[in-house]
Design a protein around this ligand. Sequence first.
Ligand SMILES: Cc1cc2nc3c(=O)[nH]c(=O)nc-3n(C[C@H](O)[C@H](O)[C@H](O)COP(=O)(O)OP(=O)(O)OC[C@H]3O[C@@H](n4cnc5c(N)ncnc54)[C@H](O)[C@@H]3O)c2cc1C
Length: 405
Amino acid sequence: MPTRSDTICAYQVRQKEIPVRTFNLNRIPLQDEVVIVGGGVAGCAASIALARKGRGVTLIEREPAPRHKVCGEFLSGEALEDLRALDIDVAALGAAPIQYVRLAAARRAAEAPLPFHAASLTRKALDTALIAAAIAAGVRVERGCGVQRLARTAGNLWRATLDDGSTREAPTVFLATGKHDLRGHARPRDPKRWVAFKMYFRLAPSQAAELARASELMLYPGGYGGIQPVEDGIANLCCVVQQRYLARAGHRWESFLAKIQRDCPHLAMRLAGAEPVLAKPIAITHIPYGFIRPTTEEGLYCIGDQAAVIPSFTGDGISIALHTARRAVDAYLASEPAPVFQAKLRSAMLTQMRLAEFAADGLNNALARAVLPFCLRVWPGVMRVTARLTRISQHAVVAPHAVAG
Ligand SMILES: Cc1cc2nc3c(=O)[nH]c(=O)nc-3n(C[C@H](O)[C@H](O)[C@H](O)COP(=O)(O)OP(=O)(O)OC[C@H]3O[C@@H](n4cnc5c(N)ncnc54)[C@H](O)[C@@H]3O)c2cc1C
């Protein structure tokens, strides 16, 4: 049986170094009920909920510390509600409030108020807070070593084999590795070969003032991008593009950024005089938009992006990660078998996912790009309708520990 030793980790919460004791089981064999693979939004949320119910949970996260992730960092109303139930106060972490959505294509832009409270917060800050909350709830967090393989043992347990060759076993595993697939549990290939970039900018003061409280969606051939303020006065520019369109820009970020500014003058205006904050953008490939996991094996609950991948323009992936984590925990606590849970989750999400995909296809259509902002000026309510239709709408039950936010 594997053993563990003491680990002290330092977590940076808004500039402050807080030493945190992650676990202290001095060479006691593992006796966990649940192993969670992946300590992002879904994995942390599930681990907190299980630990609060007194369950023994080990969370395995391959990164030694939270880092920047490719994400638009928009937190929808549902996401905020779920985070509040986990005692995550995004305002205290410096999240920027978002009240409007603006759509820009070619030379037109249209604005509509959001039908719910929203915010935006860097993933680094959010993931840091979630891991700290998991530790505070009593979750044993192991970081800095990823899971390489997940397989059934002869004794009907799940065995996770880590990069260092050590193993962890439990009757139940929650798979929450986000965009990273584990061998044997991979999602289908992404036929459009999406590439996504995230870059932070410090905008010129007049542009920062224009962007305040707004999330702007920009359309261009082969994809779309979003720009919005996050904490500490910076703006997040996050873009997706199909690889064949990126090829036209020589597969280079600088050329791609120049091209989308030519295609979308609104973005060029926002970025005039802006200073990049990171040395280079963060990028990912292979995003299987529209994927919903149809089934799973006994004892393996798939959550977050491992359950479903909604098109990014909806800004709903974090909400889905929290929602699927909550539903999986409820199912596990009610002894609902994982295959039953996964099938129910799929049918509950199918309509929203298909609508979001349909809308995403529309955004990539040249005619739609030309007329959409004009239509939205005439009828801005369509944005509110789209926002509602593409959202998951089951609300969080506030846990006993939760504080009013
Ligand atoms: C371009 C783009 C823009 C987006 N914008 C938004 C937005 O504005 N708002 C929104 O709500 N959603 C957005 N999303 C979606 C959102 O980022 C995801 O849906 C959400 O992060 C999924 O959460 P998760 O917990 O499943 O995965 P993650 O939060 O990615 O966490 C997965 C974790 O698993 C760890 N891991 C991976 N492999 C292993 C392994 N083998 N062993 C151990 N650990 C492992 C990773 O290090 C990571 O910490 C966007 C997505 C993209 C691609």
